[in-house]
Write a protein that binds this ligand. Structure first.
Ligand code: PBG
Length: 332
């Protein structure tokens, strides 16, 4: 759209910025707690909230504490929580069988949350990295991350999550063909109403570093994820991935990381009009929270400004570790 403007002084764009009331009237974008999905880290034990060193303010919580967090999230108006397990290294294996154990941490937490706060949507993560001994999202054979055998395992993992009561399944693995395979399995398994939020345009990013610390995958990871996650130089390819995942049955799509990829969010929304989410990832959180801790930026303001940017870029919502803190501010 090309703005049509009368010449100065008929047009003085500062007129609409003069007072808070006028600025309220012409504001184009809104941010509410309803825009957030809150990622939380789950660990074993009881009564535990253990700080993640590289993510100031973020905890690994035992299931009882995750339930308490879920109750808090719901009270704040946050519609969804997303679970990431920190799996005991003793339960990680080459066959990744813990990924579809009905009683693994993710499934146990899902059941506990749905029992305590049924109205809060629970999103779960589909990928093998919390369960593999290589730190990769798929099986590794002769140095290669193999696609089709991984997809078969992801299907088992997703079905166990749906069985536990997950509302939204988030495949973050970037294997080809997994959305179609998951959709068919969910339909066949009686889970017609389970949503797939595809991590469709997920880049091989250095911004995931603190997350890998949080889930204990940093030490394990051998090599990098460049044969399945996207090259940060590419944008057209992101559109092809999103088109592909929507055609295979994704209900919603995600761009990840967030802040450095707002151009991808905007293009995706304009091109497809599908429910579009961005993931403000761990490294983005660490930068903002770390700078705020040091007094280098105003933490509350950079938090809200960064989150508003996702809405302005066309996103319907954002996965953010700031969710409860931002919701508290917005509810004031
Ligand atoms: C792995 C996964 C990652 C994140 C979510 N799921 C890391 C990775 O791909 O290595 C990153 C989230 C974050 O950095 O906050 N399946």
């Amino acid at each position: 759209m090309k703005p049509t403007l009368a010449a100065f002084p008929a047009t003085r764009l500062r007129r609409t910025r003069r007072t808070p009331a006028l600025r309220d009237l012409v504001r184009e974008t809104t941010l509410t707690p309803g825009d957030f999905i809150w990622p939380v880290f789950v660990r074993d034990g009881d009564g535990i909230e253990e700080p993640v060193a590289s993510m100031p303010g973020v905890m690994r919580r035992s299931v009882d504490k995750v339930v308490a967090a879920a109750v808090e999230a719901h009270a704040l108006g946050i519609p969804a929580i997303c679970l990431f397990p920190y799996t005991d290294p003793a339960k990680r294996s080459a066959d990744c069988a813990e990924a579809w154990n009905p009683d693994n941490l993710s499934n146990t937490a899902t059941r506990a949350i749905k029992a305590a706060v049924p109205d809060l949507a629970v999103m779960t993560d589909v990928a093998l990295d919390p369960y593999s001994d290589t730190g990769h999202d798929g099986f590794v054979e002769a140095g290669e991350i193999v696609n089709d055998r991984t997809v078969e395992a992801l299907v088992k993992q997703a079905l166990s999550q749906a069985e536990a009561g997950a509302d939204i399944i988030g495949p973050s693995d970037m294997m080809d063909g997994r959305i179609g395979a998951l959709r068919r399995a969910l339909e066949g398994g009686g889970f017609q109403n389970v949503l797939l939020l595809s991590y469709a345009a997920k880049y091989a990013s250095a911004f995931y570093g603190p997350f890998r610390d949080a889930v204990g995958a940093s030490g394990a990871l051998k090599g990098d994820k460049k044969t399945y996650q996207m090259d940060p130089a590419n944008a057209d390819e992101a559109m092809r991935l999103i088109a592909r995942d929507l055609s295979e049955g994704a209900d919603m799509v995600m761009v990840k990381p967030g802040m450095p990829y707002l151009d991808i969010c905007r293009r995706a929304k304009d091109m497809f009009g599908a429910p579009t989410f961005a993931y403000q990832v761990s490294g983005e959180y660490a930068m903002l929270a770390g700078a705020a801790r040091n007094g280098w930026v105003d933490g509350d303001r950079v938090m809200l400004e960064s989150l508003m940017a996702f809405k302005r870029a066309g996103c319907d919502g954002v996965l953010t570790y700031f969710a409860p803190a931002a919701a508290k501010l917005l509810n004031r």
